[in-house]
Design a binder for this molecule. Structure first.
Ligand SMILES: [Zn+2]
Length: 498
C-alpha cells in the first residue's frame, strides 16, 4: 500500500494516496455522461439488485458481494467517474477479518462411525490444525492422576468445570485431543447445528485438537457398556468413579478456512477543477457489504438470507445517485470528490480503515450514508456536526427547497457522535465527517430488512441533500477545521419498538 502524501513539483500537484494528478491548468470539461440517477426508479432498481437473494446478503464470504462491487464500478464508469482504486481499476483490495470456520477436511470418527461436522461435532476455536487419533478415556471434569498420553479425553461440562483449565491439563497429561460434551445442553432436543464452545478464542491456539460433541453421538459409543452421557453425569455427581477407559478409538482431523478474506472497496473519482484545491478530496461513502446468510456474525435471524436493503443498500444507492448528480450537468466542484462503496463495514470497518490508511492527508471531509432508507416524515439525523464548526450551516444551506432539493428535510443534529460505522475511522484520524441516518427499526440485521420496506423517495431526498453538502464543502475556499466530538456510548440501540 502506498503512503498518502502530497508533494508539489513542476506543473502538477500529485495526491499520492490515489495516484491522481491534478493539472495546474483546469482540464477540459469534456463530454460527461448525464445519467439521471437521482430518480426514484433508478434508486428502486438499485435497491432491488443489491438486496436480491442472488447477492447472498452481500456477505464477505459470498460471490454476491463481488457482483455488487462490479455493479457499483459499472455505475461509476457509466456516470463518468475515473477509476481510483489499485492499478487503474475501480477496486482497492482490503483484507477483511472473518470468523474462522472448520473446512470440509475436518473429520471426527468414534470407532468406525464418522460423525457429521456441524451436527454431531464441531472443533472449538483455537483448536490445533492437526490429524491424530487415540483410545478414548473418560475424565469427567478433572484429569487427576489419569495417564492420558496418546489418548483422546472425553470431558463432561458442568458449572464447576473450567473448559480452558481442562484443555490445559489435557495438554499437560499428553493427550492428543479433547472431546467436550455437555449433558445439560439442549443440543439433542433440537436439530439446530452444534456451535463451538464460546469459552474458546481464535487467538489462543491450543497444542492439541478440541471439539464440542453432541451427547447423542457419545451415547452411541457408550451403548455397548450400557452407559449414556447422562448416566456418567449422575455417577460423577454422586461421587462414583465411572469407568475410565471407553470402548473404541477416536480419529480426527482439524483444518480451518483462512480467517481473513480479500475484499474490495469500490472507488470512483470526480476530479476537482481547481489547480490547488483539486489535490484535496471529499469522500462520499457508504458500505455495500452486509451479513450474508447469517454465518459471518452480527445476524439476528440465524442462518437465512439477510438482504440488508436499509443496511446498507440504501446508502449505496444514495451514494451512486450523488455521484450521478455531481458528475452530470453543471460545473465540476473545485475539490476532488471520491465516491467510495466500502466493504467490510460489518467486519470492523475494514474498508474505511483501509481507505483512511491510504490517504490520511488527502481527504479533507467525509460524508457517510448508512441506513438512509427508512425516512419518516422527511426527518433525517445528521450526526457528526460537532466535528467541524461550519458543518451545520453548510447542511442547512443545502437543505433549501429550490436549491436542488425539492422538499426541505426536517434535520436533527445530535450532539454526540454514534460510533460504529464508516465515519468512525475518519473522525479518529481527525477528518471532519457526517453520518446521515434515518433511524433504527425492528428489521435491523434481520431477514426482514427487504427492499419493499424502503422509502425510496426518502433515499432520493437524502442523496440530493448530500450532493448539495458535498459540492458546498468541495467548493469552500478554506478546508474545514477539525474539532474533536464526544462519542455516544454505542451505535444506535439494537432494540426497537414496532
Ligand atoms: Zn450499516
Amino acid at each position: 500500500m502506498r503512503r498518502g502524501r502530497i508533494s508539489r513539483g513542476g506543473q502538477t500537484v500529485r495526491a499520492l494516496g490515489f495516484g491522481f494528478a491534478v493539472a495546474s491548468v483546469a482540464a477540459p470539461t469534456g463530454v460527461r455522461a448525464t445519467v439521471r440517477t437521482t430518480d426514484a426508479e433508478v434508486v428502486r432498481a438499485d435497491l432491488r439488485f443489491l438486496s436480491a437473494p442472488e447477492r447472498d446478503g452481500r456477505g464477505a464470504l459470498t460471490s454476491g458481494l463481488d457482483q455488487a462491487a462490479e455493479f457499483v464500478a459499472a455505475r461509476f464508469a457509466a456516470v463518468g467517474l475515473e477509476a481510483a482504486g489499485d492499478r487503474g481499476t475501480f477496486f482497492q483490495a482490503v483484507d477483511i477479518p472473518v470468523p474462522q470456520r472448520a473446512s470440509a477436511e475436518t473429520r471426527l470418527a468414534l470407532g468406525a462411525e464418522p460423525l457429521t461436522l456441524g451436527v454431531d461435532f464441531v472443533p472449538n476455536a483455537g483448536s490445533a490444525t492437526t490429524r491424530a487419533g487415540g483410545p478414548l478415556v473418560f475424565v469427567g471434569g478433572d484429569l487427576g492422576g489419569i495417564d492420558a498420553r496418546g489418548k483422546v479425553v472425553l470431558c463432561l461440562l458442568s458449572e464447576s468445570v473450567s473448559t480452558s483449565r481442562l484443555l490445559g491439563e489435557a495438554v499437560a497429561h499428553g493427550a492428543v485431543g479433547v472431546l467436550f460434551v455437555d449433558a445439560r445442553s439442549a443440543a439433542d432436543a433440537t436439530t439446530e447445528g452444534l456451535e463451538p464452545l464460546s469459552a474458546f478464542a481464535v487467538d489462543e491456539v491450543s497444542a492439541i485438537a478440541s471439539f464440542h460433541v453432541r451427547p447423542s453421538a457419545i451415547d452411541r459409543v457408550l451403548a455397548p457398556r450400557h452407559l449414556t452421557v447422562a448416566r456418567l453425569q449422575s455417577a460423577l455427581r454422586s461421587g462414583e468413579r465411572p469407568p475410565i477407559d471407553l470402548p473404541g478409538w477416536a480419529t480426527f482431523a482439524v483444518a480451518w478456512t483462512p480467517s481473513r478474506v480479500r475484499g474490495r472497496n469500490v472507488i470512483g473519482l470526480l476530479r476537482g477543477s481547481d489547480p490547488k484545491l483539486g489535490g484535496e478530496a471529499v469522500v462520499v461513502g457508504a458500505h455495500y457489504d452486509h451479513l450474508g446468510w447469517g454465518e459471518e456474525g452480527g445476524a439476528l435471524d440465524g442462518r437465512r438470507l439477510h438482504p440488508g436493503a436499509d443496511d446498507n443498500a440504501s446508502g449505496t444507492a444514495a451514494m451512486m445517485a450523488v455521484a450521478a448528480t455531481l458528475a452530470g450537468a453543471g460545473p465540476r466542484p473545485r475539490r476532488t470528490i471520491l465516491f467510495v462503496a466500502f466493504t467490510g463495514e460489518e467486519k470492523g470497518w475494514a474498508g474505511s480503515r483501509a481507505l483512511v490508511a491510504r490517504a490520511p492527508k488527502t481527504v479533507v471531509a467525509m460524508l457517510n450514508m448508512d441506513m438512509v432508507g427508512r425516512m419518516k416524515g422527511n426527518a433525517l439525523e445528521v450526526n457528526g456536526s460537532a466535528t467541524s464548526g461550519p458543518w451545520r450551516a453548510i447542511v442547512d444551506g443545502a437543505n433549501v427547497a429550490g436549491a436542488g432539493v425539492v422538499d426541505a428535510l426536517t434535520l436533527s443534529y445530535p450532539r454526540a457522535v454514534p460510533p460504529g460505522s464508516d465515519h468512525q475511522p475518519f473522525i479518529v484520524k481527525r477528518v471532519p465527517a457526517l453520518f446521515l441516518f434515518t433511524g433504527m427499526h425492528c428489521d435491523y440485521h434481520r431477514g426482514s430488512d427487504t427492499w419493499d420496506r424502503i422509502n425510496v423517495d426518502g433515499v432520493v431526498k437524502v442523496a440530493r441533500l448530500v450532493a448539495g453538502v458535498a459540492r458546498s464543502v468541495a467548493d469552500r475556499a478554506q478546508r474545514l477545521s477539525f474539532e474533536s466530538p464526544t462519542w455516544a456510548d454505542r451505535r444506535p440501540p439494537m432494540g426497537c419498538t414496532p
